[in-house]
Design a binder for this molecule. Sequence first.
Ligand SMILES: NC(=O)c1ccc[n+]([C@@H]2O[C@H](COP(=O)([O-])OP(=O)(O)OC[C@H]3O[C@@H](n4cnc5c(N)ncnc54)[C@H](O)[C@@H]3O)[C@@H](O)[C@H]2O)c1
Length: 317
Amino acid sequence: MRAVVTGGAGFIGSHLVDRLVGDGHAVVVIDSLVRGSTANLSGALDSGRCELIEYDITDPRVRELMASSSPDVVYHLAAQIDVRSSVADPVHDARVNVVGAVAVLDAACRAGVGQFVLASSVAIYGVTPTLPVTESAPTEPLSPYAASKLAGEIYLNQAARLHGMPGTVLCFGNVYGPRQDANGEAGVVAIFADALLRGRSTRVFGDGGNVRDYVYVTDVVDAFVMAGSRPGDGNRFNIGTGVGTSDLALHTAVAEAVGAQQVPEFVPARPGDLRAMTLDATAAVQRLGWSPRTGLDDGLARTVAWARRRVALEGRV
Ligand SMILES: NC(=O)c1ccc[n+]([C@@H]2O[C@H](COP(=O)([O-])OP(=O)(O)OC[C@H]3O[C@@H](n4cnc5c(N)ncnc54)[C@H](O)[C@@H]3O)[C@@H](O)[C@H]2O)c1
């Protein structure tokens, strides 16, 4: 099988590329490296089955590249992922997440791609009265990022109707694991692990009671592979564990995995932060055959082990 992975040099994308290459597939990665890195792809590039094309997804050459690669599946992950950046610069966010998604979709339609899998986010749901949230819940984007991710879904649905493009949307909770950027705004596991390993202070917002659904990156890769191997009909599947973990409980769990005694500093709640979000993945279980395989303790142990190696390599501990 031939696959195109946009954003394949990033956190989730590079794990997906590793899996596809490991399964013997040929992969073309399209990534501007604005956040991702070639280091994330070192194993895949060494395999000889992965090629990295350093294009912005809005680059007109993406269309020719898609035609010449003639992929069976396109996994679209490239995105501006920072909620606060999207508030500060909604035009840039829309350029990447809306115009970029449309450009990749258009190129895929013209190339007659067999399956298109789009990475979306739980942010599209906003405040929901019932948790865990199901796919039939109304969407209520509360940030430009949420709006732009939802727009990508709408364009995918439109392409399915207009061009018969088979597509699937995967809607993730809070994904964590090795290679997540500790310097970003998202990725609280990476942020806590990095700070605790370096003996730096950590912060939680408000009373530490905000609840999120943490899903391990290789479980997310399972979902991509399952979605990519079946004809999609434009449907969205929630990908989460259904288990809620508060910020404070997460801090305690990461500190335990690190072996640190530290307690976090409590800082004022951020306006606009959701109080709680968990995902009902029943549809993914029933229709994709997906289920989360990695418990939080196991996933945190693996993530902290990776972060420890990285910090040690930097020679700071
Ligand atoms: N990490 C999470 O918890 C989470 C949760 C829900 C949804 N998602 C979605 O999953 C996808 C991957 O997220 P991630 O956490 O791996 O983020 P990431 O920032 O690590 O990866 C995104 C990749 O896209 C690339 N990119 C960004 N803008 C680009 C552009 N204009 N042209 C080409 N490449 C570009 C970056 O260089 C990076 O390698 C995103 O679509 C994100 O919205 C992530």
